[in-house]
Design a protein around this ligand. Structure first.
Ligand code: NAD
Length: 497
């Protein structure tokens, strides 16, 4: 019998009573490796009620206790990094090295969460008026919710619950139904690290579970990462239900190549950043914009891409793995066909690539288009596959205008040896995460991950100081202590004297 992924409710890993089960498959060969239940209404309600009870106790724990939980957790994650990466590779298809990176980037957020004491300190000011002092605290919100996508099964859950819980909240995680095994292992280790029961709950399932969480009156904050359509829906519905929402969404990331860029670096970095993780990264480079003479690098980039080959997660020679589902593969192939029909030049076509021994896998080979224009669907839409489209312009100004016209604003990079060009680009570009000679500029957790425009709905972003703001309320206290019992009279004005 296939193993059923449990739910985590009130400290227990339980088998769901649901009859609605979804197969979790290995995308390299379609083998069913587990089944994930869609939590029932009663299970969702039980998770919410027990998380509310746990919050009343957890919020009173000292900041040191909360930080020490994160320190224990960080140590356990490091010890189990390879084991988690193996689970992650099997259910997502990522190469083992890339899966190790997925876990590592999550561990870094846990390390950051252990700094909660200094991160969440308020402000103080003496004598805001005569003998009156003012100071502020941050206090947790309650039961917060995280809804995560398939493409970073370790990193993205770890963007969310450690920061929220370190701030004194309790948390309900709803992982992607495509790869729930990694998140549930993360949850087991969190319990092993000493998390009290009810502080973290994991509800598996699909959109029905999300819907229940989204409209429930007792859940004040929702963090979402996923596609644009769903992100917009989550943001609108959550906001309509008076919740604080942050929704990280889809992307179309451009790399600008200036004629003075270091050539070998450009070739290597474009190849890696466009097809790494099968293009299934929200920060993948999907458009290369060649300024002036830099277009002479196009043949070399094509050659570099043609030498990257997809394969099994444990094949050390494989550059990347499969698309997550046969439907995701079909969607990528549809875009490749559309690109050809719309008149782009497909100089490298990975549509027919087959990996020996894994003939049923959802593999797509590296694909590259030249002569692409901004009205083509392969330029306008997020493909989420190993497909690079290239555009040629004459000047940096044109490149900036083109990218600022594109509705997405998640990530971008410029490759140049000119400080002035890089300075102009970083200042004028309307994208939230910018790399200068760095192809995939995902910020480390002492900063925040700051997607803009159609790639983000909300205000406060993930991790860094912004996560503390997202997961807490600020309380400001204005205090006066009487030294004697002088009669100051009745004051009916707003001034403080
Ligand atoms: P998805 O939107 O299909 O699913 C994300 C989550 O939402 C899952 O947990 C899923 O169960 C749930 N969901 C799906 N449809 C829903 C609906 N109709 N109502 C309520 N909930 C629903 O996304 P995905 O395919 O898992 O992930 C890929 C997408 O995520 C890409 O668009 C990628 O760019 C984006 N992404 C963005 C970032 C970022 O930081 N901006 C990071 C990673 C991934």
């Amino acid at each position: 019998m296939t193993h059923q992924v449990p739910l985590l409710i009130n400290g227990e890993f339980i088998t769901s009573q649901s009859t609605q089960l979804i197969d979790v498959t290995n995308p390299a060969n379609q083998e069913v490796i587990a089944q994930v239940p869609c939590a029932t209404d009663a299970e969702v309600n039980l998770a919410i009620e027990t998380a509310k009870e746990a919050f009343e106790i957890w919020k009173e724990k000292s900041v040191g206790d909360r930080a020490r939980l994160m320190l224990n957790y960080q140590a356990l994650l490091k010890t189990h990094q390879e084991e988690i990466a193996t689970i992650l590779s099997q259910e997502s298809g990522k190469t083992f090295a890339d899966a190790m990176g997925d876990v590592w980037r999550g561990i870094e957020v846990v390390e950051h969460a252990a700094n909660v004491a200094s991160l969440s300190m308020g402000e103080t000011l003496e004598n805001v008026a005569r003998k009156i002092d003012c100071y502020s605290f941050t206090q947790p919100l309650g039961v917060c919710v995280g809804i995560t996508p398939f493409n970073f099964p370790a990193m993205i859950p770890l963007w969310m619950f450690p920061m929220a819980i370190a701030c004194g909240n309790t948390f309900i995680l709803k992982p992607s139904e495509h790869n729930p095994l990694t998140p549930i292992r993360l949850a087991e280790l969190f319990m092993e690290a000493g998390a009290p029961k009810g502080v973290l709950q994991v509800l598996n399932g699909g959109k029905e579970v999300v819907q229940q969480l989204l409209v429930h009156p007792d859940l004040p904050a929702i963090s979402f990462v996923g596609s644009c359509d769903v992100g917009e829906y989550i943001y609108r519905t959550g906001s309509d239900h008076m919740k604080r929402v942050q929704a990280f969404a889809g992307a179309k990331n451009h790399m600008v190549i200036m004629p003075d860029a270091a050539q070998k670096q450009v070739v290597n970095n474009i190849a890696g950043a466009s097809v790494g993780a099968a293009g299934q990264r929200c920060m993948a480079i999907s458009v290369a914009v060649f300024v002036g003479e830099s277009k002479k690098l196009i043949p070399e980039i094509k050659t570099a891409l043609s030498q990257v080959r997809p394969g099994a997660w444990d094949d050390p020679e494989a550059g990347y793995g499969p698309q997550i589902t046969p439907q995701a593969k079909a969607r990528v192939l549809k875009f490749i066909e559309q690109g050809k029909e719309e008149g782009a030049n497909c100089v490298l076509d990975g549509s027919d690539v087959v990996v020996e021994g894994l003939e049923n896998g959802n593999f797509v080979g590296p694909t590259m288009f030249t002569d692409v224009t901004t009205d083509m669907s392969i330029y306008k839409e997020e493909i989420f596959g190993p497909v690079l489209v290239t555009i040629e312009v004459d000047t940096l100004e044109e490149a900036i205008a083109l990218i600022n016209e594109n509705p997405y604003g998640n990530g971008t990079s410029i490759f140049t040896s000119s400080g002035a060009a890089a300075r102009k680009y970083q200042h004028e570009i309307k994208v939230g995460n910018v790399g200068v000679n760095v192809p995939v500029p995902v910020p480390l957790p002492m900063f925040s991950f700051t997607g803009w425009r159609k790639s983000f709905y909300g205000d406060q972003h993930a991790y860094g100081k912004q996560a503390i703001k997202f997961y807490t309320e600020t309380k400001t206290i204005t205090a006066r202590w009487f030294e004697d019992d002088i009669d100051t009279g009745v004051n009916t004005t707003i001034t403080m004297k």
